[in-house]
Design a protein around this ligand. Structure first.
Ligand SMILES: [Mg+2]
Length: 140
């Protein structure tokens, strides 16, 4: 059995990054994406909100208690899906075998590629292309 080489690409705090692309004044501020009502839940939060203990999946009410200065944004799944699709289109342009694992994650099979290219160099170039074309930070 031959071994496979798989790279995992994950957009960094994806919903927060999209919101900041749309409004750069949100940069550096504690940001919570999710339902702001008493029964709402945090679907994503910025590093600055995490610092106060805010986590995804937590009730918004608790997030507001932990970080009263946080800015709450309801979120726009349609917009996030559009950005996600743009990233998938770029991956599909460059990679032969890939799988979209979630709205912000892709797995790419780069097995055998090291016979032709440096796998790190190839992946870094794909990452740079995604950042350049979408403005979204992504890690691999
Ligand atoms: Mg992510």
């Amino acid at each position: 059995m031959s071994s496979r080489t798989i790279v995992h690409m994950d957009l960094d705090s994806f919903f927060v990054s999209v919101e900041r692309l749309k409004n750069s004044r949100l940069n550096g501020l504690p940001l919570v994406v999710g339902g702001g009502s008493d029964r709402g839940v945090v679907s994503a939060c910025s590093y600055e909100a995490r610092y106060y203990g805010v986590r995804s999946g937590m009730p918004s009410k608790m997030a507001r208690y932990l970080c009263p200065d946080a800015i709450f944004i309801r979120g726009d799944m349609e917009m996030y899906s559009r950005y996600s699709k743009t990233v998938t289109d770029i991956v599909a342009e460059e990679a032969h075998i890939y799988e979209k694992a979630s709205i912000d994650e892709h797995y790419i099979d780069i097995s055998g590629m090291d016979r032709f290219f440096g796998t790190y160099k190839w992946t870094k170039e794909l990452k740079d292309k995604i950042v350049k074309n979408t403005g979204l930070p992504i890690s691999f």
